[in-house]
Design a protein around this ligand. Sequence first.
Ligand code: GLU
Length: 331
Amino acid sequence: MAASHKNITTDEVRTAVENAYNKLRTTTGGKNADYIPYLASIDPNLFGICVCLLDGTIVSVGDADHIFGIESVSKVPTAILAMREYGALDILEKVGADATGLPFNSIMALLLEKDRPSSPLVNAGAIAACSLVEPVGNADEKWKAIVNNIAELTGREPQVIEELYKSESATDFNNRSIAWLLKDYGRIYDDPDLSLDLYTRQCSLGITAHDLAIMGATIANDGYNPVTNKQVFDADLAPKVTSMITTVGFYERTGDWLYKSGLPAKSGVGGGVLGVMPGMFGIAAFSPPLDDAGNSVKAQLALREIMAELGLNIFAASRLCVCGCQGASAR
Ligand code: GLU
């Protein structure tokens, strides 16, 4: 099993999670996504936070077990699946691992790149990743592989929220353009409509903050799910996945987010955010109202509060050392 959390106690995490929740519970700001009609109807007051430590301990508050639309966070598990099937290098060549600096559904990003769709964590790359999932040409089997992979990463098999799937399928004109532009560039590896439908369906899966925290912990733990005690993917893939989350997890706001939080994290327009603190924990927060880039306002604040209270930052030496010296803070 990979490294466990050496410098952080469950009590410290519980206190930080509860403090963030109590501080932010009544915070308002942002607006539910409304370009997908179903999302506009979700209660904006829902709010939950969950942390999964690498010994499998779960710390959660509020609506951490509420099922919501996974949306863009689904790009992370399907990137992992494509890497499991093809290897990290092949995914770099076929899809890419670069930041776009542009909104999640940008057609311009693809036009400018004129080649690879940049990263499996933006819409173009996520549709390409769905096209790659084996067995190519078989939508039913591909779908089973996508769902099974999420079940392995979280320990629970997610179900499609049918109303969300219908709502999203009826309004996905922008994504249809992306799928067919990928075809024009030779960067989609299965039928474009089939690939887009798989992408839309995976975005419509119901997930909880609890599930996402376990998924984050599995990535933070070199592919070993600390709750189910199973090695889900090759340890070598974990830093590659985390690097993608780091570079593009908040789309055009990724740099600002990292600067403020010090946490690699991936957001979705359903209001969920999945964070990965390598060697320490997975963390997730859920609150539907979004900022203008499509990132949950309250989930961002919650994760920032918790990271700050724990004194953690992936770019700072203090507390990251696992030899027990407490890093630079001990000198
Ligand atoms: N299904 C959404 C879309 O493709 C996901 C976007 C997101 O969560 O950022 O528009």
